[in-house]
Design a protein around this ligand. Structure first.
Ligand code: ASP
Length: 353
């Protein structure tokens, strides 16, 4: 009896270091919190009124049971805003911190908690400016933390699972929501209030995260992260680009006002295949003459905007967004204008990124 107790003790003592080594081997995931509904609180669980960006990052992590078994988690608060108040300055801060984390080997992957309103924009900005191939995953929630069946904890668990997966390297920045994994370039917010708030209307999700497992079906062909040339290190400002929506009988007020305001670029969210009415065509020609870069995008959320179908882009001096949404075309143009003002080169950039 004594002997078997001694044997058991010895085995436990010998195996102990192995177990703790295994624990140490958990991937390190840094959660960078920026605010949003996931950090929102409301007065009651059964009503929708709430304030975004209230809970600190430690409370977000504490609300996810079992997350400590998926990764060795650390958290940092970058901002605490509803993402309708996200700014280019916060993007620059995020970009700087992410590049620094990977450079200093502080984490193997990063999760960014973010409001859903502009989450796809932040994801695409980082897709083009983070200079490492490590996983960077954005997530958020449609319901505040205090709601019945809040979706934040599950989304955060899934996002950490994706960021911790070795399979997630080299896929660009991704957005994880409602068990789907999306590419930063393709993802769009598609519902104002439902928990399936995101979709990739042109190509579908890259994969799924379910029951703690990450499954990929596709890989993006567009350049991202290590393969993008957009190095904004040391920059404090980016070129200013605005979006003008075109609709039936739209006046040229918006385009003219942006030009007068001194913007560097304009994205037109045109009708159909990026079409402009006559009034806005004239305003655009005038804008181009004044040195403003004008890209034709579409307010239609699937399909490409193509050169020369109904619009003579050479005559207008414009170029097209391919299948980027107007809000994402704006981001690409802001970054592209740090490199060139040449229309043909800008067009090439829009076909590649
Ligand atoms: N307005 C909120 C935000 O974007 C909405 C959300 O997070 O779902 O921060």
């Amino acid at each position: 009896m004594k002997q078997s107790i001694l044997l058991l003790f010895l085995c436990t003592a010998l195996l102990q270091p192995l177990f703790s080594q295994q624990q140490q081997k958990l991937p390190r995931v840094m959660i960078l919190a920026t605010g949003g509904t996931i950090a929102g609180t409301g007065a009651s669980a059964d009503r929708s009124a709430y304030k975004a960006g209230e809970l600190p990052v430690k409370d977000l992590i504490a609300a996810v049971p079992g997350i400590e078994k998926v990764a060795d988690i650390k958290g940092e608060q970058v901002s605490n805003v509803g993402s309708q108040d996200m700014t280019v300055d916060i993007w620059m801060k995020l970009n700087k911190r992410i590049n620094e984390i990977f450079k200093n080997n502080e984490a193997d992957g990063i999760v960014i908690t973010h409001g859903t309103d502009t989450q796809e924009e932040t994801a695409y900005f980082l897709n083009l400016t983070v200079r490492y191939d490590h996983p960077v995953v954005l997530t958020g929630s449609m319901r505040p933390s205090t709601a019945i069946s809040a979706d934040g904890p599950k989304n955060l668990y899934d996002a950490v699972t994706v960021a911790a997966s070795p399979n997630s390297h080299g896929r660009g920045v991704m957005l994880v929501f409602n068990e789907s994994i999306f590419d930063a370039r393709d993802v769009e917010k598609v519902s104002t209030t439902h928990v399936n708030g995101f979709a990739a209307p042109n190509g579908g999700p890259l994969g799924q995260v379910y029951d703690g497992k990450v499954i990929y079906y596709f890989k993006t062909l567009h350049k991202a992260n290590k393969n993008t040339p957009f190095d904004i290190t040391g920059m404090t400002k980016l070129p200013r680009v605005a979006v003008a929506e075109i609709y039936c009988d739209a006046p040229a007020t918006a385009v003219n006002a942006y030009v007068a305001d001194g913007v560097d670029g304009i994205i037109t969210a045109g009708m159909g295949n990026g079409n402009l009415n006559k009034t806005n065509t004239e305003a655009v020609v005038n804008a181009v003459k004044k040195g403003v870069a004008v890209c034709r995008a579409s307010r239609v959320f699937t399909g490409r905007v193509t050169l020369y179908d109904e619009t003579d882009d050479t005559k207008l001096g414009t170029f097209v967004s391919d299948n980027l949404s107007p809000q994402k075309a704006r981001i690409l143009l802001m970054l592209a204008l740090t490199q060139t003002k040449d229309r043909d080169k800008l067009q090439q950039i829009f076909f590649e990124y």
